[in-house]
Design a binder for this molecule. Sequence first.
Ligand SMILES: Nc1nc2c(ncn2[C@@H]2O[C@H](COP(=O)(O)OP(=O)(O)OP(=O)(O)O)[C@@H](O)[C@H]2O)c(=O)[nH]1
Ligand SMILES: [Mg+2]
Length: 356
Amino acid sequence: MFNFFKKDKPAKPAEVATEPVASEEAQAVEQATPIDTTASHHEQSSATEASKSQLSWTERLRKGLSRSREQLSKQLKGIFSGGKIDEDVYEELETILLTSDVGVNATVSLLDDIRSRVKRDALSDTSQLKNALEDALLDLLHPLQQPLDTSTHHPFVIMMVGVNGAGKTTTIGKLANLFQAQGKSVLIAAGDTFRAAAREQLQAWGERNQVHVVASEGGDPGAVIFDAVQSAKSKGIDIVLADTAGRLPTQLNLMEEIKKVQRVIDKALPSAPHEVLLVLDANTGQNAVAQVQAFHQALNVTGLVLTKLDGTAKGGVIAAIAKQQPIPIRYIGVGEQLEDLRPFQAQEFVEALIHD
Ligand SMILES: Nc1nc2c(ncn2[C@@H]2O[C@H](COP(=O)(O)OP(=O)(O)OP(=O)(O)O)[C@@H](O)[C@H]2O)c(=O)[nH]1
Ligand SMILES: [Mg+2]
């Protein structure tokens, strides 16, 4: 298990909201008293994590999506078992998609697509509808498959954002692991300065995995990340992963604060952050779409990470995102272990979602 990121009870949004919004960027930069933690040992490295879990990615993905698949395919079996394609069948399909968190807009669009496939290919039996649904889903999701290319800038700065508990800090650990496996050097900025525990978790994890963590006791998140970017520039680091505190889009002062953090990063390195990654908990279902819209409006989100697809039957929300706010899904998370995060691939996702 990924225990380094287990934490004490997260700060409630309301508590966080009472913090005053920090003042000017310049002042913020001065406030930082960074503590650099470079790993000195690496017992219990990620190799141990890997040896615990021998499942291939495809197996992990299938296992992770099992509840969503059950939700969908069990019901679909009923209507794809043969018979005439009539209005009742479409109606049933509509209900199944809606109850699988696909959302109204995406459901309407998928049904339109399926109807035109039925017409075009002269399909007559419901057993032929499964392929039509699979192809329609694939067409909807494929545009979201745009892997993150970190080679465009050096250092490449990634800012993680999202609501409380979505999986930002955990995803940073997984991403650091993924990038290191690709031979890239990584530096983490502990930009969640609200909770001491958040910083300590990252520092402990950084030590174990030989990842440099820039942190500050208290202080301003923008200042910590500013310092981390400067440090990455001088050390020739490839990728900076900047953590931030969780916040709700309705907490306007905190949304202003994160916009300021973004501006401070741009001061450290013009054009940075190069990627604003919004982390979404798949369990939130349709609310994830609202989160994408709100964070995108504030920060111009460039990529999404959909976490906790394991343990939820709401994996269909990916279709709602594709229809309503089609921002690339860079990665998906299907568990708490380091290996449980991979780039999003539409084909394997659709197969794991609807193939028995
Ligand atoms: N099952 C499962 N759990 C996950 C996944 N990703 C994260 N978690 C768990 O979700 C919980 C919250 O994760 P964090 O990474 O701390 O979330 P956060 O967004 O950093 O939270 P705040 O900093 O409080 O806003 C932790 O217990 C993680 O282990 C996932 O893909 N699957
Ligand atoms: Mg966190």
